[in-house]
Ligand binder design. Structure first.
Ligand SMILES: Nc1ncnc2c1ncn2[C@@H]1O[C@H](COP(=O)(O)OP(=O)(O)OP(=O)(O)O)[C@@H](O)[C@H]1O
Ligand SMILES: [Mg+2]
Length: 365
């Protein structure tokens, strides 16, 4: 997948800019701090996920003293060209695909599949479990329509079940109807989550040695409320029966895949409890590149890779190694506060841009 062109109007510190990007090329944006490098990467991420990796506030994405912003891109995917556009105004996102309005976010997410790596990503390990769950969900949503559909239906049933639990007189029959509908969806979601995590860790393990000279094994444990190696339906049914009284007391559904978590392990120990910052960074880099590889195997094309400030803590050898393992048929965007040495990119298609206060100018090397 490739972004052929990108237009930003009143996005962050960009007034009105347009870029033409090259297919399967590494695009390097460098410049002093606070010039707009991460903003650029953020705009591509937003097109892919419909949210930012650093804020929940839509207003902060709009350039100061304006009321709306636009991100538009022409995207090549499997030799087909399409146009995607997001306009944000009045706290709302307006979506367009080939100039047709799109109502459902789920019909838009994944048209652009971008995977990012940002310095703050290591917070994933210490964040509340919702953040880890969202990470898995987002990737599965981009990859599987069935997952998207099933998860949103589950959430609807869950909402209805919780409303039913909040009534003065609880209708047990109604609750049972919602519960049995939720169970069918939970089985699908659990299987997909478990499978996704297993595959992701297999790919990540293959890449980790590029970032660490130590012999270490990455793994992850999918944590849900039943034992996923046993028959799911029987266990889930029993669990809901056992917590029914508690659910009535709390007036909410205490059990379900909406409470799932993932434990990331390094040599069988929770990464959060023992790993150094450097190890966490390497773990995440391996995981993000593993994810890209996994997407490739599934869809036959690489996602777009966004690497924000990835070089800052790598020595020259590691930088070179990182660039060498990046697949050649992948479009990549890299930011750096320092000018990048062109010799790092030997035999690669590469373009350099200097970013200065909301302007990015291509520079020849
Ligand atoms: N809504 C907005 N309107 C105007 N300017 C904004 C807006 N949001 C952010 N900015 C400006 O964008 C700049 C930050 O951009 P960005 O985070 O892309 O910096 P950067 O080039 O990645 O810097 P660093 O090297 O420190 O990571 C800041 O100057 C900030 O004031
Ligand atoms: Mg930055």
């Amino acid at each position: 997948m490739n972004i052929k062109s990108l237009r930003l109007i009143h996005f962050r510190n960009y007034e009105n800019v347009e870029f033409n990007f090259k297919e399967n090329c590494i695009h390097c944006f460098y410049g002093k701090n606070a010039q707009g490098k991460t903003n650029l990467i953020e705009s591509i991420y937003f097109l892919s996920h419909l949210h930012s990796f650093r804020t929940h506030s839509l207003d902060s994405l709009i350039k100061e003293s304006y009321h709306q912003m636009l991100i538009e891109a022409k995207v090549e995917s499997g030799h087909t060209l399409s146009k995607v556009k997001v306009v944000v105004c009045d706290q709302k996102k307006h979506l367009f695909h080939n100039d047709n309005p799109i109502k459902k976010y789920s019909d838009f997410v994944g048209i652009v599949n971008a995977i990012s790596f940002c310095p703050d990503d290591i917070l994933l390990f210490s964040a509340p479990k919702k953040i880890r769950r969202n990470f898995i969900d987002m990737e599965l949503i981009k990859l599987s329509k069935k997952y998207t559909f099933t998860l949103s239906r589950y959430n609807r049933y869950l909402k209805n079940r919780n409303i039913a639990l909040k009534q003065e007189k609880i209708d047990k029959d109604l609750i049972d109807v919602y519960t049995s509908q939720m169970i069918e969806d939970e089985i699908v979601i659990m299987k997909q989550r478990k499978n996704f995590i297993k595959n992701l860790m297999e790919y990540s393990n293959r890449l980790y040695p590029f970032f660490s000279s130590q012999k270490e094994v990455l793994s992850a444990k999918y944590e849900t409320f039943v034992d996923t190696s046993q028959d799911l339906k029987e266990q889930i049914v029993k669990s809901y029966e056992n917590t029914y009284v508690k659910d009535c007391m709390y007036k909410a559904t205490n059990m379900g895949i909406h409470r799932d978590d993932i434990q990331f392990l390094l040599n069988d120990k929770n990464i959060n409890e023992m790993a150094s910052q450097g190890q966490k960074r390497s773990y995440l880099l391996a995981m993000k590149l593993g994810l890209a590889q996994m997407v490739y195997e599934k869809t036959n094309q690489y996602p777009i890779l966004l690497l924000d400030d990835v070089f800052s803590e790598l020595d020259t050898i590691r930088k070179k190694e990182l660039i060498q393992i990046l697949p050649e048929n992948m479009q990549i965007f890299i930011t750096s506060a320092e000018e990048m040495d062109p010799s790092l990119f030997k035999n690669r298609k590469v373009k350099f841009y200097k970013v200065n206060n909301g302007f990015a100018k291509e520079v020849s090397q």
